[in-house]
Design a protein around this ligand. Structure first.
Ligand SMILES: [Zn+2]
Length: 179
């Protein structure tokens, strides 16, 4: 893996340390958040500025679905770079990273998930290849996230983020073709 270069304006490419950490968090969190938002949309439990789902027009798309689509769309743009370091080092990539982070943070704040571990469905462990990842939500947004494999006990680390992003991309592609 290439080391981060120091030729950008921030400490991690064009990103500051805080932005870099938030971006990594957003990539990790989005893997669980996007399916959550999709499900929330299906059940129309979205809370939108006091409006209840019951009053939502039949053809209206739940706000959770819109958020999921926006996050997926930005994740799609991130696929132009091979890994997260390249994104941080790219003159346009870092801006996509900032946008992506902001969308994930906004959605995470607006629709907090249960403060319980979630099984990460359809995503294989990068160590043993089993579908057994369990996501431990952070106590506060921006806090450390832990994704541990229930089969081999390994924790997914920063090096796995790019791979996870690739898996998410494949998943998105599959869903798009299925719909
Ligand atoms: Zn494993």
């Amino acid at each position: 893996m290439d080391e981060l270069t120091a030729d950008g304006h921030g400490e991690f490419g064009y990103l500051t340390t805080a932005q870099w950490r938030s971006f990594q968090w957003a990539v990790s969190y989005s893997l669980v958040l996007v399916p959550f938002l999709r499900d929330a949309g299906n059940y129309s439990i979205s809370v939108d500025e006091g409006r209840t789902a019951k009053t939502e027009p039949a053809l209206g798309m739940p706000a959770t679905q819109i958020a999921a689509i926006e996050i997926e769309s930005l994740a799609g743009e991130l696929r132009h770079w091979p890994d997260l370091e390249d994104i941080a080092n790219d003159t346009t990539g870092w801006q996509v990273a900032i946008d992506f982070t902001r969308e994930v943070q906004t959605a995470a704040h607006r629709w907090p998930m249960e403060d319980k571990p979630h099984d990460v469905e359809d995503v294989r462990c990068t160590h043993c290849g089993m579908i057994a990842l369990v996501y431990q939500p952070p106590q506060v947004p921006g806090d450390e996230t832990v994704v541990r494999c229930a089969e081999c006990g390994q924790v997914e680390d920063d090096r796995d983020f790019a791979e996870r992003l690739a898996i998410m991309r494949d998943e998105m592609k599959r869903l798009r073709h299925a719909s």
